[in-house]
Design a protein around this ligand. Structure first.
Ligand SMILES: NC(=O)c1ccc[n+]([C@@H]2O[C@H](COP(=O)([O-])OP(=O)(O)OC[C@H]3O[C@@H](n4cnc5c(N)ncnc54)[C@H](OP(=O)(O)O)[C@@H]3O)[C@@H](O)[C@H]2O)c1
Length: 226
């Protein structure tokens, strides 16, 4: 049976590479983002999505429903990060982290349940080492990723009877467009490459479905980027 996947944040960085990889592996992919992608593929649906808006999330799922009633894989990937000392961070910026990285996944999961296939649906969340390790100058990012982890851990228990497989990925810094606005302080040579990330993701994707990977933490061999 053809597998149907949702990827949030499919327009850039990891989400874009994940989408390409899933299409290559034969999945039908519903990609959600505000800016869209240039991917042209018979099995790709580029759907407008602002995960901070419940109306937009509902419209996203209405579009998905036109094509399928079942989702086998969710890649919970969309996210944002801005860097500044806490005392200099605008309150709106802190709130935007929570809206995107915590409330966004909450809304996506809230409206996902009717599409779940018992014992099959797999939810892979691209969290971050920042979901369990504090970094300076990213209070909004840290708080929102810790929050996202909390909501997933609660949902795991709630959806126990669905036998959903949950995989939480905790990668360290990866050289993607996320870093373009953060200035030259951080050398890209001490970050994972997108291809490093994809080797872990593809391993997961192709592993037998009888295996569970609840958590995977992986970093550049030089360690945490601070
Ligand atoms: N790069 C790293 O060092 C790193 C490390 C660990 C974890 N991560 C996590 O990996 C994920 C992907 O990051 P990336 O590095 O690939 O960053 P990226 O290149 O900046 O991509 C972020 C993606 O999220 C989407 N997005 C942001 N706000 C959104 C919204 N309101 N509604 C819908 N989509 C939204 C963006 O799409 P639009 O702007 O088109 O909406 C874009 O496709 C994030 O959750 C990030 O926290 C990244």
């Amino acid at each position: 049976m053809e597998k149907c996947a949702i990827v949030t944040g499919s327009s850039s960085g990891l989400g874009l590479e994940i989408t390409k990889s899933l299409l290559f592996a034969g999945h039908t992919v519903f990609g959600g983002s505000r800016s869209g992608t240039e991917i042209e593929h018979d099995n790709f649906y580029d759907v407008e999505l602002d995960i901070t808006s419940e109306e937009s999330v509902e419209e996203f799922y209405e579009t998905v429903r036109e094509f399928t009633d079942v989702i086998h894989l969710v890649v919970n990937n969309a996210g944002m990060c801005e860097m500044s000392p806490l005392t200099e961070m605008e309150t709106e910026t802190f709130e935007m982290h929570l809206a995107t990285n915590t409330i966004g996944p909450f809304l996506m999961f809230k409206h996902l349940e009717p599409f779940i296939v018992k014992e099959e649906t797999h939810i892979i969340s691209i969290l971050s080492t920042a979901a369990h390790y504090g970094y300076p100058n990213v209070a909004g990012y840290n708080a929102s990723k810790f929050g996202q982890l909390g909501l997933i851990e609660s949902l795991k228990k709630e959806w126990k009877n669905h036998k959903v497989r949950f995989t939480n990925l905790f990668p360290g810094a990866i050289d993607t467009p996320l870093w373009d606005k953060m200035g030259p302080k951080f050398g890209r040579e001490k970050m994972l490459k997108t291809s490093d990330f994809m080797s872990v993701f593809n391993y997961l994707l192709h592993a037998p479905p009888s295996i569970q990977f609840p958590e995977i933490t992986f970093l550049h061999r030089e360690g945490y980027l601070e």
